[in-house]
Design a protein around this ligand. Structure first.
Ligand SMILES: [Zn+2]
Length: 83
């Protein structure tokens, strides 16, 4: 198999995850979600709580698994437990 054929196979590989980048149209908060599903969308804004679907949404395929994004190499600074 030639290199160009191999590159074609790699480019058609399903992404490991998607970074779903969002902007709330009510309060302007920018935030991101990570999903295995291309069509994931936020149910509500984490800042103002609007649930009307008023978001601008960008979807970015990623070769990284979700755990490589979150937490990735970030420092653990807080952890709350459910009541
Ligand atoms: Zn909002």
């Amino acid at each position: 198999m030639s290199q160009s054929e191999t590159e074609g196979l790699v480019s058609k590989k399903k992404p490991a995850s998607y970074v779903i980048k969002c902007k709330c149209m009510r309060c302007g908060l920018h935030f991101a979600g990570y999903s295995w599903d291309w069509d994931w969308r936020p149910a509500c804004c984490p800042e103002c709580g609007q649930q009307e679907g008023a978001f601008v949404i960008w979807r970015e395929p990623s070769e990284q698994q979700i755990f490589e994004h979150v937490p990735g190499r970030a420092e653990l600074t807080d952890m709350g437990l459910p009541a």
